[in-house]
Design a binder for this molecule. Sequence first.
Ligand SMILES: Nc1ncnc2c1ncn2[C@@H]1O[C@H](COP(=O)(O)OP(=O)(O)O)[C@@H](O)[C@H]1O
Ligand SMILES: CC(=O)N[C@@H](CCC(=O)OP(=O)(O)O)C(=O)O
Length: 263
Amino acid sequence: MTTFKSMLPTVRKKIVIKLGGSTLEGLNKAFFSNFKNLQQEGYDIIITHGGGPAINRELEKQNVSSSVLNGIRVTSEKAINIVQSTLIGKVNPALVSELNEAGILAVGLNGFDGQLLQSEFLEQETYGFVGKVTRVNTELINTLCNNHIVPVIACVGAFANGQALNINGDTVASEVALAIEAESLLLVTDVTGIRIEGEYQEEATPSLIDQWIDDGYIYGGMIPKVKGAIQVLEAGVPSVQIVDDQLTGTVIVPSFSEKMARL
Ligand SMILES: Nc1ncnc2c1ncn2[C@@H]1O[C@H](COP(=O)(O)OP(=O)(O)O)[C@@H](O)[C@H]1O
Ligand SMILES: CC(=O)N[C@@H](CCC(=O)OP(=O)(O)O)C(=O)O
């Protein structure tokens, strides 16, 4: 029966969920059932993922060294080939397969597919083959979402002539959330949010986070997370969280003065 309600266009909210490499290997059916619940609550889900530990293992196996600066992997020409083949050839299909087995229709993508993540070198002299996102193909994401297909995006950027660039998974998640104007960004990792002097923080503001970075309380892989989170929050995405696999952790909130300035 056609009712007034059924004739209204359904505005589905979008949630970007980034799964860190550190959590990927331990995810189970119970975790994925959260996703089904979110879909039933009217969310379109977009998944992005990293794969740091898998990349580390593969680099070691092939005797290729790499270093990390500000949470970003300095990526040589040899390393980018390993990053690309590991993320696209191993990590992404393993996750897509788990999602499909959990009854969530998912399709694996990387930056080259439909020019999903166009990118340029971030700072070649410092970081080598590391990219920054210059354009996200939001139409492709929207088309999949409108057809109830979950895009699962590997953090490999497309540069010219088929050259891949390595982009931190948290950066990709943040750029995708910004581009599609997500309602919410969840960065799922192996810790229960931001920990300062042994205490997990339920809430954190951008100015506190800047201070914690300066004081060395936030370091390594947490840096791209908080930087992406702040950028996304300041662009107006209402909910930004850094959480563990129970979806518990830190909510990034505007500081009081930032809240007042928005009014
Ligand atoms: N203040 C902090 N609070 C919590 N974790 C932190 C903090 N500073 C640095 N970290 C580190 O960041 C790690 C999470 O980042 P990362 O290893 O890159 O995870 P992922 O693979 O999920 O992206 C934590 O395991 C922890 O070692
Ligand atoms: C440029 C850069 O740092 N790329 C990351 C990409 C993978 C990633 O981000 O993995 P996690 O989400 O597990 O940290 C890397 O090479 O490790």
